[in-house]
Design a protein around this ligand. Structure first.
Ligand code: NI
Length: 254
C-alpha cells in the first residue's frame, strides 16, 4: 500500500531521539511522501533542513492560530521569502482555534486573514487548522474566495464540510476517524467524495487505533486509510492511491 502523510510535525521534541529512524520506518512501511506542517517562523528553518535532506519531505510555512500573537510587521515578508524555497509548498498551518484561545480571537482572525491573502498572492494552497470556529473560518474563506487548500484534521459538521467543498477545498482525516466515539465524523467522511479527501497523522498527536495513547508517527497513517476504506467500502490500496493523487495535485508535488 502506498500512502502520503499530508500533515506531520516531525521536528517536535517527541522525535528528538529517533527522528531518522521514524522517517526511514515510514518510508519502508509504504509512506511515499510526508508534508511537514509549520507552526511558527522559528520552526521553518528546521522543517527545511529536514525537507532538504529527504527527497520526499516537503514543508509549509506559516503561523498556527495558537501562535497568532507572535505575528509582527515582518511576518508577511518572512513568509513570502520562504515561499521561494523549492521545498515550501503551502501556507500554514493557519486558521482559528476558539477551543484553546492561546491567542486572542481578534488576533487569530487578523493573522488568519493575512495568511489567506498571502496564499492567494503566491498561489500556494492553504493548510487550515480549525477548532470550535467553523462559522468564522468559512466566512473568511468565502470573503477571500479561497479555492486551494485543505481543512486539516477535520472535526467540523456536515454543513461546514459542504461549504468547504463548494469553495473547492479538500478535507483531511486524521487518526480521530478511528476513535470509538467518532461516529458523527465517520458519517461525514462517508459523504465527502474521495476525490476531495486527504489523510494525515498530525503526528506526534492524535494516534489512531490500535496505538491510541502512544506517540503518533507517519507510518500509522495506514490506520486512517484502513478506516476510510471501511467507511467507503473500498480497499485501503484504493484509498492510498486516491488520497496520494489528491495530495500531489493540491500541493503540486510529484
Ligand atoms: Ni498540525
Amino acid at each position: 500500500m502506498k500512502l502520503i502523510d499530508s500533515h506531520s510535525h516531525l521536528i517536535l521534541e517527541a522525535f528528538d531521539n529517533d527522528r531518522e529512524e521514524v522517517i526511514e520506518q515510514a518510508f519502508s512501511c509504504g509512506v511515499t511522501h510526508i508534508v511537514q506542517s509549520c507552526d511558527n517562523l522559528q520552526e521553518i528553518e528546521r522543517n527545511l533542513i529536514l525537507a532538504n535532506k529527504y527527497k520526499n519531505i516537503w514543508s509549509s510555512v506559516g503561523i498556527h492560530p495558537h501562535e497568532a500573537k507572535t505575528w509582527t510587521n515582518e511576518s508577511k515578508d518572512t513568509i513570502l521569502n520562504y515561499t521561494k524555497e523549492e521545498k515550501v509548498i503551502a501556507i500554514g498551518e493557519t486558521g482559528l482555534d476558539f477551543f484553546y484561545n492561546y491567542s486572542p480571537q481578534d488576533v487569530q482572525i487578523a493573522v488568519f486573514h493575512e495568511q489567506i491573502k498571502i496564499a492567494k498572492e503566491v498561489s500556494l494552497p492553504l493548510i487550515i487548522h480549525c477548532r470550535d470556529a467553523f462559522k468564522e473560518t468559512i466566512e473568511l474563506l468565502k470573503i477571500e474566495k479561497l479555492e486551494k487548500g485543505v481543512f486539516h484534521c477535520y472535526t467540523g459538521d456536515m454543513e461546514t464540510a459542504k461549504e468547504a467543498l463548494k469553495l473547492g477545498l479538500y478535507i483531511s482525516w486524521s487518526g480521530i476517524l478511528t476513535f470509538k466515539n467518532a461516529n458523527d465524523l465517520r458519517l461525514i467522511a462517508k459523504e465527502i467524495p474521495l476525490e476531495k479527501t486527504l489523510i494525515e497523522t498530525d503526528c506526534p498527536f492524535l494516534t489512531p487505533l490500535p496505538y491510541r495513547g502512544k506517540r503518533n508517527e507517519p507510518k500509522y497513517v495506514q490506520y486512517v486509510a484502513q478506516e476510510l476504506a471501511k467507511i467507503h467500502n473500498v480497499t485501503p490500496e484504493e484509498i492510498g492511491e486516491i488520497t496520494s493523487n489528491n495530495t500531489k495535485k493540491l500541493f503540486g508535488i510529484t
